[in-house]
Design a protein around this ligand. Structure first.
Ligand code: PBE
Length: 295
């Protein structure tokens, strides 16, 4: 009897250590380094985005020469993240705030002691140079457009849950009459005047551009929204094929684009403050800093 219980206890100890061993490994504290576990791969987004440029810089700065940054899109990145979280696997992605992924999942930013991803920054409204002379009325509204990450979050989450972007934006506009009244203070109604907005299909930009478009339509504008890549969007507002963008992440993320096109655009300032960018992992992952990726 004594023997049997010893064997049984031994058996349970083995089972328990196998189980905790596996769970620990997938959460990032097993024998392999975190880098080994994720195949030294960062799941990225569209190549033209500022975030991808900054991630390449980070790979250099933190001496992660054996890492690759896999490009894709916001949709492929969030799909990979979703799959990893469902299986409690380690993963590292390029992430930013505001984004619905922080509402849907338990995530954390890896510390960035070298400050490669910049400090907290802003989203700016940028118009084609001279648009404020061509249409001072629309420019006045664009200049007065300003909301919070919380406002944007509501529209984003609604869209993420399946509401049509146009409908989600209209709903927000209807429910936030006071804010909209501030944005349109002193702005006149027009009748079918054309305006063209460029944007990239990032969740944040889909939300903001649809809200701005919804207000412009209420003012009587005939709005065209043009979905582009990041580089095309900046080139578009620079050459005037688009009148405005509300998607300029400054001063860090889109610094290269702003530098390239600064003589062809006018920066109307922030429409949202307190954004953040960086490398993001699920909270169950044991590492804390980009520096931990080297190991
Ligand atoms: N983003 C979202 C963009 C700006 C908005 C962080 C993906 C970028 O990296 O350019």
């Amino acid at each position: 009897m004594k023997k049997l219980s010893t064997i049984l206890i031994g058996f349970f100890v083995v089972i328990a250590s196998v189980l905790t061993g596996c769970a620990g490994q997938s959460a990032g504290d097993g024998k392999d380094s975190f880098g080994d576990q994720v195949g030294h791969k960062i799941i990225g987004i569209d190549p033209g985005s500022g975030e991808m440029k900054l991630t390449d810089k980070a790979v250099q700065a933190y001496g992660m020469s054996n890492w690759t940054v896999q490009s894709g899109s916001e949709a492929t990145m969030t799909a990979s993240l979703d799959k990893a979280i469902k299986n409690k696997q380690p993963i590292v992605v390029t992430g930013w705030t505001p984004h619905w992924m922080f509402q849907k999942y338990d995530l954390k930013y890896l510390e960035d002691p070298k400050g490669i991803f910049g400090k907290s920054e802003e989203i700016h409204t940028v118009i084609h140079k001279g648009f404020d002379k061509k249409d001072p009325n629309a420019a006045k509204f664009l200049d007065q457009f300003f909301w919070t990450a919380n406002d944007m979050g509501k529209v984003m989450l609604d869209i993420q849950k399946g509401t049509d972007p146009d409908k989600a934006a209209q709903k927000w506009v209807d429910e936030n009459k006071e804010k909209v009244a501030q944005w349109t203070n002193g702005v006149k109604k027009v009748s079918g005047k054309k305006i063209k907005l460029g944007y990239v299909a990032w969740a944040s930009e889909i939300a903001s551009t649809n809200v701005v478009s919804s207000v412009l339509k209420k003012l009587g504008y005939d709005v065209t929204m043009e979905q582009l890549g990041a580089g095309q969007m900046w080139a578009g507002v620079a050459k005037g094929s688009d009148d405005a963008i509300v998607a300029a992440w400054l001063p860090t993320t889109h610094a290269d684009y702003m530098n390239q096109f600064k003589n062809q655009v006018t920066d109307l300032g922030a429409n949202l403050k307190g954004t953040k960018l960086g490398l993001v992992v699920p909270s169950y992952v044991k590492i804390h800093s980009i520096e931990d990726l080297k190991n």
